[in-house]
Design a protein around this ligand. Structure first.
Ligand SMILES: *Cc1c(COP(=O)(O)O)cnc(C)c1O
Length: 401
């Protein structure tokens, strides 16, 4: 999506605006399936929470992807988008047995991440096949808030508790057909990831009803020039070989599964905002935009870096700006960034705005959430309207005083 197109979309749909490139999403999906093309049964389950717009889900359905869901509401969205329940995996953490039962009744694959629920579920539904989420205790990335595989993590059943899983299986007669891990975002190091997969292969070999191995996600995409990213082609080559050998060893054609969110949609998204005010202080030039942590919280929440460009003045001379929001909090999008000269009214573009941007947005300060546009084959589709005052009031009862 070029600058002219993005500027015309802001004119047409107004600012702030999320824009997604369907062709880029498709290209990332194909990159992944190509990387693992030597595996006979491969399933890529898109992690809904990254970008849950129903049209994005429909796009993935048209590509033959499955879905990875973390709430029963995400399951419902997936079904509304037309997915076969068999192509949806439910991978929540810390949810009630009731929510797991609801997902089961909707016909989706249930993935259980603790021994308490595993034992209760196994006693009630010994015939329903389940997958178990393991924690291999391998730190694949460096960020403590988004790494979920370390020893103190709340996610998954510790690999050291495998004997207890076997005891539950013996006691209940339940069927464990899948084994899963998701070590969290940011795999920089393919070899560290492969070490974690070895742990899962070893555990999987002890499960006699095994049909699938799910290695989750955490694939890293570049956020700025020179960023390390997961080398998906290298991973595909090494892990496919290992997986095919494992299938041979156990004498079964298992299914290899992944559940990427960020890898598939991050780079496809752009977030477009207008500059309201350029303000000089004693030490800084601030550019205040018509958005804030209510629309894009990753920089404030995770210290995430989102590259910011002034698409209204791409060849202007570069100056240093701190780009901030209009929320009554310190909502800094980027401090001390080199950006081509900004005039009030210019449109700034945030890159990597596809994953965990709109989906983490809120109405804080009673602001409307932005509109979303999908561009496919050069045509733009409004896939979510900008909110209105009715959206802010919906569900609130007016009482008389
Ligand atoms: C969030 C999540 C994913 C997707 O992670 P990305 O880093 O966006 O690829 C996959 N699996 C589970 C269980 C998740 O919670």
């Amino acid at each position: 999506m070029n600058r002219k197109l993005l500027l015309s979309l802001v004119k047409k749909y107004e600012s702030p605006l999320y824009v997604y490139d369907a062709d880029k999403i498709e290209a990332q999906y194909k990159r992944m399936t190509n990387a693992f093309s030597s595996v006979k049964n491969l399933k890529i389950n898109y992690a809904v929470k990254a970008l849950p717009n129903i049209n994005v889900l429909k796009l993935f359905n048209s590509l033959n992807a499955g879905l990875d869901t973390v709430s029963v509401q995400e399951v419902q969205l997936g079904l509304k988008a037309g997915f076969n329940p068999k192509d949806i995996i439910f991978t929540p953490n810390g949810v009630s047995l009731e929510e797991i039962e609801q997902a089961m009744e909707l016909g989706v694959q249930v993935n259980i991440d603790n021994l308490s629920i595993l034992e209760q579920f196994g006693q009630k539904y010994p015939k329903v096949p389940v997958c178990v989420r393991m924690n291999p205790h391998i730190m694949a990335g460096g960020h403590s808030k988004i790494s979920v595989g370390h020893i103190d993590s709340k996610f998954g059943i510790s690999i050291h508790q495998l004997p207890h899983i076997h005891r539950v299986v013996e006691n209940t007669g339940m069927l464990i057909t899948g084994i899963h891990m998701h070590t969290g975002s940011d795999i920089y190091d393919v070899d560290a990831f492969l070490r974690a997969t070895e742990i899962l292969f070893n555990a999987g070999a002890t499960l006699k009803n095994l049909e699938s191995i799910d290695f989750g996600s955490g694939f890293k995409v570049p956020y700025k020039e020179g960023d390390i990213q997961t080398d998906i082609e290298e991973l595909g080559e090494k892990l496919s070989k290992r997986f095919n050998k494992f299938c041979k060893d156990v004498g079964k054609d298992l299914t290899l599964m992944f559940e990427p969110g960020k890898f598939l949609v991050s780079e496809a998204g752009k977030f477009l905002v207008n500059v309201n005010v350029v303000k000089q202080t004693t030490s800084t030039v601030f550019a205040s935009v018509d958005s804030g942590m209510n629309h894009l919280i990753r920089p404030m929440f995770y210290d995430a870096y989102h590259h910011i460009e002034n698409i209204s003045n791409p060849s202007g001379k570069e100056r240093f700006y701190t780009v901030v929001g209009y929320i009554c909090e310190t909502d800094t999008f980027g401090a001390n960034r080199r950006i081509s000269e900004i005039t009030e009214g210019d449109v700034l573009c945030f890159n990597n705005a596809g994953a965990y941007c709109f989906s983490m947005s809120s109405n804080y300060n009673s602001r409307y959430r932005p509109a979303e546009v999908l561009v496919k084959n050069g045509k733009d589709y409004l896939i979510r309207q900008r909110e209105t005052i009715e959206d802010l009031l919906r569900g609130q009862e007016l009482i008389e005083f």
